[in-house]
Ligand binder design. Structure first.
Ligand SMILES: C[S@@+](CC[C@H](N)C(=O)[O-])C[C@H]1O[C@@H](n2cnc3c(N)ncnc32)[C@H](O)[C@@H]1O
Length: 369
């Protein structure tokens, strides 16, 4: 079997070949093609999530297969299975090669195996579960939320709060963001004078699985971390700390970060993907509380979808602004600007030290003014 001929590509190929437009063609027709390509964006989660639901990725983890072999294994219709597999190949998720009998053979590239495995450290399985439970219906209501501002009955802007059950799936499904962000954060801390981490203690507020602290503990072998989160989530963080070999320096605390005390001697207070859940008022409040929890030379690190109004063409801004729309669809939260953060920091007696780019995020470091 020739599996090398058309393996899944590492590069995303566009769905519309714009080179085929005639020179000087109708601008409206081009615009319609461009917009149509956005509108059919819904196809991508459609085919990926269907394949995950059916167990197709799990089956392909065991080796390449034809549509007939997969349909028998999954109990699905043969023709429809082929349609689904070809769709996944079109999105570069599956490889597709001709087998000896001329039938296509589909393969899941090795680097994708962990991406769909429920227990994989960087698996998207939890993100898929979350999207099926929350996001599909939420996007349908975006117009209504724009009309109403997604406010409470009293007129206040809302925090983005999904249920603890939904967070249980989602926090495992966003681990993959952590390695490059943690690298950027570690470099930023080193530039700020952090060496071994000796005598340094950090808190990871709303830690989720605790992946950022856990990877940072590997960067700074003498650092110690406390992961703060709700009762349902902290066992996930504790278990993962063991898996990553840092359980001796990572402990969890069941904590409501609004109402419980965080201590007052943190060398680092870390917030990853926490500020985009806030309203301007609650973000401001969170920074006032953080200021009190920091040691004299302590650092606040915020890794989030932060818009920089001075960098308008940046990929981070584009992603952040769409992320803000997804927050609005699911009920509240925002992607705040650097300028917003600077104002809240100043009000809390803090100042920005650095703003660093990371994939889909920016990392903002701040300390006492
Ligand atoms: C979007 S997740 C981010 C998790 C983690 N920081 C990450 O980026 O992978 C938000 C986390 O904040 C936690 N959280 C939300 N409100 C909280 C509160 N009031 N007290 C403690 N944790 C909270 C959630 O349980 C969830 O684990």
């Amino acid at each position: 079997m020739n599996t090398s001929a058309t393996t899944a590509s590492a590069n995303h190929t566009p769905l519309v070949d714009t080179a085929l437009f005639p020179e000087g063609g109708d601008g409206e027709v081009r615009a319609a093609h461009r917009l149509y390509e956005h509108l059919v964006g819904i196809w991508a989660p459609g085919v990926v999530e269907a394949a995950q639901d059916l167990g197709a990725f799990a089956a392909l983890t065991e080796g390449p297969a034809t549509a007939a072999q997969l349909s028998e294994r999954l109990g699905t219709d043969l023709r429809a299975t082929r349609v689904l597999l070809d769709g996944l190949h079109a999105y570069d998720v599956l490889g597709r090669a001709r087998g000896e009998d001329g039938q296509p053979v589909y393969s899941l590239p090795p680097e994708m195996h962990g991406v769909f495995a429920p227990g994989g450290l960087y698996s998207l399985a939890g993100k898929i579960t979350h999207d099926r439970n929350v996001a599909w219906d939420a996007w349908r209501n975006l117009a209504e939320n724009v009309r109403s501002g997604a406010r409470t009955s009293g007129g206040a802007q809302q925090l983005n709060q999904i249920s603890e059950e939904d967070y249980t799936a989602l926090v495992r499904g966003i681990n993959f963001w952590a390695p490059p962000i943690t690298q950027v954060l570690a470099e930023g801390l080193r530039a700020h004078g952090w060496t071994s981490g000796a005598d340094r203690r950090m808190i990871d507020v709303g830690c989720g699985t605790g992946i950022y602290s856990q990877l940072l503990l590997n960067e700074f072998p003498e650092l110690r971390a406390r992961g703060l989160d709700v009762e349902r989530i902290v066992p996930i963080a504790q278990e993962q700390a063991k898996r990553l070999g840092v359980a001796d320096r990572f402990r969890t605390e069941i904590c409501d970060f609004w109402n419980d005390d965080w201590g007052n001697d943190s060398s680092l207070a870390l917030f990853v993907n926490i500020f985009h859940l806030q309203t301007p008022e609650s973000a401001h409040e969170l920074l006032l509380k953080t200021s009190k929890s920091l040691a004299e030379d302590g650092v606040i690190a915020i890794a989030d979808h932060i818009v920089d109004e001075d960098e308008d063409g940046s990929t981070q801004n584009k992603f952040s602004r769409l992320f803000a729309a997804s927050m609005l669809a699911t009920g509240g939260g925002d992607a705040f600007t650097v300028q917003d953060y600077d104002q809240w920091l100043a009000d809390a007696g803090l100042r920005r030290i650095a703003l660093l780019d990371a994939p889909m995020h920016r990392v903002l470091l701040a300390g006492h003014a």
